[in-house]
Design a protein around this ligand. Structure first.
Ligand SMILES: [Zn+2]
Length: 264
């Protein structure tokens, strides 16, 4: 599932391909991908004759400013992706929204499992508020003090807490495991079980992990082999000690950790 680093990769891909080209027309290949209240014709009208000017990533969303006003919103669900290619080429598989650009190019939003969403908004900040999306995990205004404060009164496992998008936008299942592995914190521990230093370590590690992974657009083969992500398999050798990676379930999600590196 695309998380912050992957979505940053989509943003960079979009920025280097489809911006500042006149939009000829937009096809919605499956209306179910549209956000509630946004029709295919409204999307088409908003884009026709205009261009995509700039993009902004927040958590797992990409917002693209439309030259004539407003923003295109994209969430990638489990299987969303962007594909830029020649209009003469075959449309990519699972294309749900296809934007035809001048000079014979096209940008397609593809999503095999249909769990993503495409929509429109006039105001990104209002959109985030309406959808109860918290600060971006890499936002420089999100300080450790603010992070600590937002954890107050939270119950449940630390893993579930860092994946809560209303608290922190961008961290999903895979990167939550990575952060806790590198911070040496057991995923099942509760916020109350953690002291100030451990919370600080989780925060600092989260920033470091996401920053580096975002730089590589979430490409797994670009990540250090000392990370957990390339070893997400039950019984795999832990990249940091002589122990084995263990698979379990935390907050209803498949979770990988090293019982030696992350003692309870
Ligand atoms: Zn280990």
């Amino acid at each position: 599932m695309p998380e912050l680093p992957d979505v940053e990769g989509f943003k960079q891909y979009l920025d280097s391909t489809a911006l500042r080209q006149k939009i000829r027309t937009t096809h919605v290949r499956d209306k179910r991908i549209l956000e509630e209240g946004v029709s295919a014709s409204a999307l088409g009208r908003a884009l026709k004759g205009s261009s995509l000017r700039e993009s902004r990533r927040h958590g797992k969303h990409v917002f693209v400013r439309i030259g004539s006003g407003g923003w295109l919103t994209m969430h990638f669900g489990m299987t969303g992706e962007l594909v830029y290619n020649d209009g003469d080429d075959e449309e990519p598989k699972y294309a749900r929204v296809v934007i035809e650009l001048s000079k014979g190019k096209r940008l397609s939003y593809t999503c095999r499992r249909m769990l993503g969403e495409v929509g429109l908004t006039d105001d990104v900040d209002a959109y985030l508020q309406e959808h109860d999306i918290g600060p971006d995990a890499l936002d420089s205004k999100l300080t450790l003090t603010k992070f600590r404060k937002s954890l107050e009164g939270r119950r449940g496992a630390i893993k579930g807490v860092v994946m809560d998008q209303s608290l922190l936008a961008g961290v999903g299942n895979v990167y939550a495991d990575e952060v806790l592995f590198q911070a040496r914190v057991h995923p099942q521990l509760k916020i109350d079980d953690l002291d100030d230093e451990e919370i600080g370590e989780v925060f600092k590690t989260m920033r470091r992990v996401l920053k580096l992974a975002a730089k590589h657009g979430g490409e797994v083969d670009q990540l250090p082999s000392s990370w957990l992500i390339p070893h997400r398999e039950d019984g795999a050798d832990c990249p940091k000690c002589t122990g084995k990676v263990k698979k379990t379930k935390v907050s209803g999600r498949s979770t990988y950790y090293c019982p030696r590196c992350q003692p309870k």
